[in-house]
Design a protein around this ligand. Structure first.
Ligand SMILES: Cc1cc2nc3c(=O)[nH]c(=O)nc-3n(C[C@H](O)[C@H](O)[C@H](O)COP(=O)(O)OP(=O)(O)OC[C@H]3O[C@@H](n4cnc5c(N)ncnc54)[C@H](O)[C@@H]3O)c2cc1C
Length: 394
């Protein structure tokens, strides 16, 4: 057991051990380096960071021990997220599907064999991607057309997926397919685990407007997936997919909000030190204060969400939609403000669209991804109005 996990029964000592470890291991210049990094350097850096977390038991600390975790509680997880945010430690975006969506799916719906086979690899740096969206099925995911046809003890898959984050580096994919084209669209879907090295899987990186490629398109031609790789039952994949989509609730957003809070405090401190001009402008000061208030309100909402997640009926709540909508919209306005206030010095541009790097223009451009990924903000508004407010569906 690592020196950090040794302290798990004394929360303040546990926090201090994380703080000491972070001070020792996180390169102080990591953000400056990553602003200038190329694709390969960024990927290598993320793999290195996952290994470091793994060495001290902080890669998947809250998972049960039998699946490679340390069995820590939500309180520990919050402490870890808070310390990571406080230290402005690197994130591990390439591992988001591995760390969040895979367990969020396998814990409730995977067989015992699937859990034991696939979960422990995550701490060793196995990369998973998500093959849900298709060229004509994004918000309306249930209309997906990638076809899987049973052939003996395999399924043969043909179709196309798009916007699959980091699929160029992925070992495995959680994949949605249509197995019954005659059933109602939500009913004929089946969920699989696909080996990305299977014959017939072709990944084409998508070149983004900023020149970088963080997504891939998957072209699937006669890909044979063993029937044992099905998660849940045939034609019941929509239900399983709800668990995947719901898994983003909570801690990941909590850490993001805490990071934002420290980032804004740092921005304010720096503005005071440099006697920034905006501090003497009433309107700009008011604008900044309104963001501070929204940040605090967002942090409260997240605490409520984490408490709610512990309850058995959490899946019916619209709070995740409220958190996502308000948090991503705030991120856009806040990073716009910081870019404007930084003037010419804030125009440094990184090719890392998804990573908040403290380079204002880059962070502003990156903020748009949050309003689309995992369900667009328009879809969040639909959920809130229909399920939360009981407004009619049109
Ligand atoms: C950073 C990022 C990472 C992603 N990673 C993955 C991944 O790993 N795997 C994966 O499968 N997908 C991934 N996606 C894709 C993402 O899930 C889709 O982009 C998203 O679901 C929207 O689908 P779409 O792009 O097809 O847009 P569309 O659904 O075509 O929507 C286009 C516009 O119409 C609006 N709209 C659509 N339907 C409605 C409606 N009913 N009411 C009101 N407005 C509506 C939308 O809000 C949007 O503005 C990622 C996206 C981003 C930005």
């Amino acid at each position: 057991m690592s020196a950090i996990l040794d302290k798990q029964h004394d929360l303040p000592a546990f926090r201090q051990a994380i703080r000491d470890w972070l001070a020792e291991v996180v390169p102080p210049d990591w953000k400056a380096r990553m602003v200038k990094a190329n694709n390969e350097e960024y990927i290598a850096f993320q793999r290195w960071w996952m290994q470091e977390r793994s060495k001290v038991g902080l890669a998947i600390p809250h998972w049960p021990k039998e699946y490679g975790g340390a069995g820590l509680s939500l309180r520990h997880l919050i402490a870890i997220a808070d310390e990571m945010a406080r230290a402005d430690a690197p994130t591990a975006r390439m591992f988001t599907i591995s760390l969040i969506h895979l367990p969020g799916t396998l814990f409730p719906h995977g067989s015992e064999e699937q859990k034991r086979r696939y979960l422990p690899g995550v701490a060793q740096g196995v990369v998973w991607c998500q093959g849900f969206s298709e060229p004509n099925s994004g918000s309306d995911l249930a209309s997906l057309r990638t076809r899987a046809v049973r052939d003996g003890d395999h399924y043969v898959v043909n179709g196309q997926k798009i916007w699959s984050s980091y699929s160029m580096y992925a070992d495995w994919c959680i994949l949605l397919t249509r197995t019954d084209p005659n059933a109602q669209k939500h009913r004929g879907i089946t969920y699989f685990i696909m080996d990305m090295r299977s014959p017939g899987v072709e990944v084409r990186p998508i070149r983004q407007a900023n020149g970088r490629s963080e997504f891939g398109e998957l072209f699937l031609t006669d890909v044979r997936i063993p029937a044992e790789n099905m998660i849940g039952a045939e034609n019941n994949g929509w239900r399983v997919a709800q668990a995947t989509l719901a898994s983003e609730r909570g801690v990941i957003a909590f850490e993001g909000a805490e990071r934002q809070r420290y980032e804004v405090e740092g921005f304010y401190r720096k503005s005071l030190e440099t006697d920034a001009a905006w501090l003497r402008d009433d309107q700009l000061r008011r604008e900044f204060m309104s963001y501070l208030a929204e940040i605090q309100a967002g942090r409260r909402l997240l605490r409520k969400l984490l408490e709610e997640n512990e309850k058995p009926d959490a899946s019916a709540s619209v709070l995740p939609a409220i958190v996502k909508l308000s948090g991503t919209a705030l991120r856009q306005r806040l990073t716009s403000f910081m870019t404007r206030m930084a003037g010419i010095d804030g125009q440094e541009f990184s090719l890392l669209a998804e990573e908040p790097l403290g380079a204002p223009m880059s962070d502003f451009m990156g903020s748009f991804t949050g309003t689309i990924a995992g369900g667009t903000n328009e879809i969040m508004r639909n959920i809130i109005s229909e399920r939360g407010l009981g407004m009619p569906r049109i």
